[in-house]
Structure formats: structure tokens, C-alpha cells
Ligand binder design. Structure first.
Ligand SMILES: [Zn+2]
Length: 345
């Protein structure tokens, strides 16, 4: 079938490729409807690698997907043909030690869509374990379904933060993931979420949500704003969602004594870390790698209307325009949050 194939760094093709579509007893076959273009997909396109994951042979891109069930395996009980679904892109080994601990996201054996050498789902069909396929509530569209994956990262960050009602949060970076983190922090009970960036366009998108307060660090240091707004105390939780090494300079000035610092953004190089400052405030440091046991709760929040991801879908392309979608994403327009590709007209 036709798929969007990353042939090598910088070279995409929409072409025929053989992908296995045999439906095992616990699997469902899904006709793909919508796929979001993720920063990681774009990074493989522009750089050919992310950290230890290096593209060595052609790979189908795409891992933020929703579609419709067209076939089910003999043992599948939770889904039926015709169900509208979204999918969790990582398939762990369910008998691994990590999975038994509930930490299947850090199972070393996890097979994750569009992470070399595993193919993604920018293709008309895929086969996936029913256990990692989630029925969309009737009022959740395919487009929103394809947003669950990036939102799940925000939800994982909020979960790792162990938020309490009325917390004040600070989010560094107003890119797609920063906004997802801010929305999840609000949904998790934060009273106010400050978000920082250099880009007025990105901040404007974040600030359309009541409760999210933009801070342009070209105009004012984030730590100064947090100090003013929390009379010198600091944010209960700080989320690092920029991946910028600069975010680590003075990072603990933002957080209150005994607060939490949650690392979400992936710096491309090792960063210096001020251990003494962390210790003097007894800061709790948490890290986020993808998500585990989040999709059901993300769908609950979206269906309830408490979280509206629709304004973040800023561009839609037909499948035949997939390469143009990636070129657009690689250009990195500040006003683009999430671009999506529609497989079905
Ligand atoms: Zn993604």
C-alpha cells in the first residue's frame, strides 16, 4: 500500500511499500483516518536520528493516529468493527519486568511507531494490539483522537508532578508539548500556569486558554515574574518543556522550597545541573518519557469538555500532500502548533 516513507535523512517519498497486516488473536486492523505530524517525525526527516535511534533503512513516519476498526482478532473483547479509535504508538513486551511494574513506557523492548526500525502509520491501514487501542467517545473527533498522543505526554508530566489542587505551575517553553503540559497542569488542579517563551506567536496561542499566563522572556526574566506573582516563594511545580540547555541556567530560582521540577524536554546535548541549588531547596526532580496508563484518562478529559485541543490543530493536509505537510512543519512557523494529515477525504 501507499505510505509516507522516509527513505533517508532529508528524503521523503509517498510510495508503495509492503507492510505486514496479519491480524493476530489480540489485534485489530485499523483504517487510518488522521495522523498528526510530530516534532520527532520532523527531526528524523531533517536529522536522520534522535539520540541513539538512527534511521538505517526506509521507514514509514507517523505515530499520532486515529482511525476506524475494520477487523478484529478472535480474542478481542474491548472493540468491534466500526469503532472509532486512537492508538497508543508504543507496544511493550507485556511480560517484561518494566511492564509488570506498570512502567511499560520504559520497557527496553518497547516497539514504538516511527522510531527506527519500527514503521509508523502514515499509510491507509495498520494492525495494532487491541490492548493499546482506545475507543473514541462519540463527541471526540478523529482529529482530536490524533491529538491524544501528544496530550498524553502533558498528562504524564502532570501525573509525575503529583499536583495538588491550587498549585501554581511554571512551564518553560510554549511549543506544542509545553502547551500540552500547561493544559494537563490546569486539568490536574493548578490554579495558575505561567508559560514562558521567546516567541510572541507561541505565547498568544497558549494564552487563549483561561488560566494560562504568558511570559515573554525577551521582555522579562521568567524567575522575576514567578517571584513577583508568588511573593518570593516560587512555583509549586516547574515543568521544563523547551529542551533548551539555556533553560537549565538558574532553573531552581523558579521553584519553591520543597517543590517539584519535572523534566519533559529532551536537550540535544548534556546540560550542567546546579545540584547545590536543588539540594538547598530539597527540590523533587521527576523525568517524563512518553506515558503509561494515560490514554483512557486523556480521552475522559477531552470528552468532558474540560480540555479542548481543537484550537491547537492549525493546519490540515490531504495524504497526497504529506510531503508538503512535512516541509511546512520543518520550516518551523511559530504559529503552527499541530499539523495533521487526513488519510481519508
Ligand atoms: Zn508525537
Amino acid at each position: 500500500m501507499q505510505a509516507l516513507v522516509l527513505e533517508q535523512k532529508g528524503k521523503l517519498a509517498l510510495r508503495e511499500i509492503d507492510l505486514p497486516l496479519n491480524v493476530g488473536p489480540g489485534d485489530v486492523k485499523i483504517e487510518i483516518d488522521t495522523v498528526g505530524v510530530c516534532g520527532s517525525d520532523v527531526h528524523y526527516y531533517t536529522h536522520g536520528a534522535i539520540g541513539p535511534y538512527v534511521l538505517r533503512e526506509p521507514m514509514v513516519l507517523g505515530h499520532e493516529a486515529a482511525g476506524i476498526v475494520v477487523e478484529i482478532g478472535a480474542e478481542v473483547k474491548n472493540l468491534k468493527v466500526g469503532d472509532r479509535v486512537c492508538m497508543e504508538p508504543g507496544i511493550p513486551n507485556l511480560s517484561s519486568r518494566a511492564s509488570k511494574l506498570g512502567l511499560y513506557n520504559v520497557d527496553p523492548d518497547v516497539r514504538f511507531w516511527a522510531t527506527p526500525p519500527i514503521h509508523g502509520v502514515l499509510a491507509p491501514y495498520t494492525v495494532h494490539p487491541a490492548a493499546f487501542t482506545y475507543k473514541l467517545p462519540d463527541n471526540v473527533s478523529f482529529e482530536e483522537g490524533a491529538m491524544v498522543e501528544p496530550f498524553a505526554i502533558g498528562m504524564q508530566a502532570a501525573t509525575r508532578a503529583r499536583l495538588q489542587p491550587g498549585d501554581v505551575a511554571a512551564v518553560i517553553g510554549a511549543g506544542p508539548i509545553g502547551i500540552m503540559v500547561a493544559l494537563a497542569a490546569l486539568a490536574g488542579g493548578c490554579a495558575r500556569v505561567f508559560i514562558s517563551d521567546l516567541s510572541a506567536d507561541k505565547l498568544k496561542i497558549a494564552a487563549q486558554y483561561p488560566g494560562i499566563i504568558p511570559v515573554n522572556i525577551r521582555e522579562k526574566a521568567f524567575a522575576d515574574v514567578i517571584a513577583e506573582e508568588t511573593p518570593g516563594w516560587g512555583a509549586d511545580v516547574v515543568f521544563e518543556a523547551s529542551g533548551s540547555p539555556k533553560a537549565y541556567q538558574g532553573m531552581f530560582d523558579l521553584v519553591r522550597p520543597g517543590g517539584a521540577f519535572v523534566l519533559v524536554g529532551l536537550p540535544v546535548e548534556p546540560v550542567p545541573f546546579d545540584v547545590a541549588s536543588a539540594i538547598s531547596k530539597e527540590v523533587r526532580i521527576e523525568t517524563v518519557f512518553r506515558y503509561a496508563n494515560i490514554f483512557d484518562r486523556a480521552l475522559e478529559l477531552i470528552a468532558s469538555g474540560k480540555v479542548d485541543l481543537k484550537p491547537l490543530i492549525t493546519g490540515t493536509f490531504d495524504f497526497s500532500q504529506s510531503i508538503a505537510a512535512f516541509e511546512r512543519a520543518a520550516a518551523g512557523h511559530a504559529s503552527d502548533v499541530k499539523l495533521q494529515i487526513k488519510l481519508k477525504p
